[in-house]
Structure formats: C-alpha cells, structure tokens
Design a protein. Structure first.
Length: 81
C-alpha cells in the first residue's frame, strides 16, 4: 500500500476532488490506496492542481505497512475497499 499526501493550493481542492472521483470513492487529499493505484492518483492530483506557478505544491508517496478496518477487522487492501 502507498499513502498519497498532497499539499496543494486551497483554491485547487475542488478540481483535485473532481479529478479523483473516478479513481477512488472517498476523496480526501490524504488517502491510502493499493500500490497499483498510487501513481494514477498522484498524477490526477498533479494534473488538477497544476497552475505552472511557484507554490503549486508537492506530492509525497509514503509506504503504509498495513490497514485495519475497525468494524470488521479486515486487513490490508481489503480494508481499503
């Protein structure tokens, strides 16, 4: 799993949320996704947030060791769905 963290301009939040709506069902700037979705999510954020100006932000891809769904006890990628 990869944690995707994005620091973007506040006024670009709606565009980023729109760009991610087809990739993940719950949109938040800080999301945990399966490894194979990390790059498409990061690219969608970058495309939607870009203005070409200094201060557009940065995207960090951070490994996540595990995830646990509290309600069911599911772990790993299953807990993300």
């Amino acid at each position: 799993m990869i944690k995707v963290e994005a620091l973007i301009r506040p006024q670009k939040l709606d565009e980023v949320k729109s760009a991610l709506s087809d990739l993940i069902q719950k949109v938040k700037i800080e999301v945990v996704v399966p490894d194979e979705q990390a790059r498409p999510v990061a690219e969608a954020i970058a495309k939607a947030a870009a203005t070409g100006e200094i201060g557009d932000g940065k995207i960090f891809l951070i490994p996540v060791l595990d995830a646990i769904r509290i309600r069911t006890g599911e772990e790993g990628n299953t807990a993300l769905m």
